[in-house]
Design a protein around this ligand. Structure first.
Ligand code: PMP
Length: 354
């Protein structure tokens, strides 16, 4: 820390992203990326857009916003495009939380929420998940705070039903409820359809997972046009060119290739079921994941040890050290061959360690 850092930021503990090693090739099952390449339509559109990189990108993100709106059956005024969904989440913390309206989210959830709260100097509270890592919706009904719920949740993969989220939204009419649907395309039900009915619901999604575009950094929010206008105020006060023109074009390109996206999601879901079954046969316990990862522990194998052993064998998974989840590893679902490599490696580790 330099002696110039503002005391306002000196206590900030930054988010730790998953490892992105460059020194050796790993089977990467640690950051929930897609194992499939981006759609050809996205690649071609981005290459074409590169020819005009001398110009600023469209600050209104018109073509992409309209394409997203058409796909999700909402008005373009209900959509905001951002630099990854991290950015729309950050904007929501800035726009809808303050000293009188703290943020609230589960104790086990996306690790960036407390960082967004800290950096934006807004108070936050956490509500413990139940022992089985499910949300007790009663904890969130009528609480008068700005609620952030990842659905499916990370790193557990556990999903709430839309009817359950609706109870939370309906019971907090004076507060915004943000539903982070980064992983919704892998089998959970989206709340986008509720955004026309409730003016306090913001749904966020990403192109990073189901649409194979993590490196392009593209996310979006859908909500009542007034909520979206508030987020645009923050956006225009931060960076009006938050989505670059290659990413914007790639986004329109991939949305013209929905069949490709749906096929890939189905493959991930099939590989998830296969991997879960194989690991269960080997004694692993896990949550019921609706995401492109599974959250597993083995009664006879320390979570940190499994992570280390797999890393030595060239396979990266994500291990968290937080108290309630340190026995677990989050394993991204990759291609079938990657999952087979994981299962073989685990067989070897179980032989050596148990
Ligand atoms: N929400 C959740 C729950 C996530 O796990 C992630 C990705 N790590 C994000 C949002 C943000 O993803 P991105 O910024 O790539 O859209």
């Amino acid at each position: 820390m330099s002696r110039y850092l503002s005391p306002k930021q000196s206590a900030l503990v930054p988010y730790t992203p998953g490892e992105q090693p460059r020194e050796r090739t790993y089977i990467k099952l640690n950051t929930n990326e897609s194992p499939f390449p981006p759609s050809d339509k996205a690649i071609k559109a981005a290459a074409e857009a590169a020819k005009k990189l001398n110009l600023y990108s469209d600050p209104t993100c018109k073509a992409l916003t309209e394409t997203i709106a058409a796909l999700y059956g909402v008005n373009p005024a209900s959509v905001i495009c951002t630099n990854g969904s991290d950015e729309v989440l950050d904007f929501a913390f800035q726009a809808f939380c303050d000293d009188n309206t703290p943020a609230v989210f589960p104790d086990i959830t996306y690790g960036f929420y407390p960082v967004f709260a800290a950096r934006n100097h807004v108070p936050f509270e956490t509500i413990p998940l139940k022992d089985d890592f499910t949300v007790d919706i009663k904890d969130y009904c009528g609480i008068g705070k700005t609620i952030f719920i990842a659905n499916p949740n990370a790193p557990t993969g556990v999903a709430l039903k839309v009817s359950e989220i609706e109870q939370i939204v309906a019971s907090n009419p004076h507060n915004v409820v943000v539903v982070d649907e980064a992983y919704v395309d892998f089998g959970a039900e989206s709340c986008v359809k509720l955004t026309g009915k409730y003016d306090n619901l913001l749904v966020t999604q990403t192109f990073s997972k189901s649409r194979s575009m993590a490196g392009a950094r593209l996310g979006f929010g859908i909500g009542n046009p007034k909520l979206i206008a508030d987020l645009h105020t923050i956006r225009y006060s931060t960076n009006p060119y938050n989505v670059n023109s290659m990413t914007m074009a790639a986004g329109v390109g991939v949305l013209a290739d929905e069949a490709y996206t749906r096929r890939n999601c189905q493959t991930v879901m099939d590989n998830r079921a296969y991997t879960a079954t194989e690991l269960q046969k080997r004694g692993f316990e896990m949550t019921d994941s609706y995401a492109n990862f599974i959250f597993v522990k083995h009664p006879a194998l320390d979570g940190g040890k499994l992570y280390e052993k797999l890393k030595e064998m060239g396979i990266l998974v994500r291990h968290f050290t937080a108290p309630r989840i340190s026995d677990y590893n989050r394993i991204t679902i990759g291609a079938k061959a990657e999952m087979d490599a994981l299962i073989s490696a685990i067989d070897q580790i179980l032989m050596e360690e148990t």
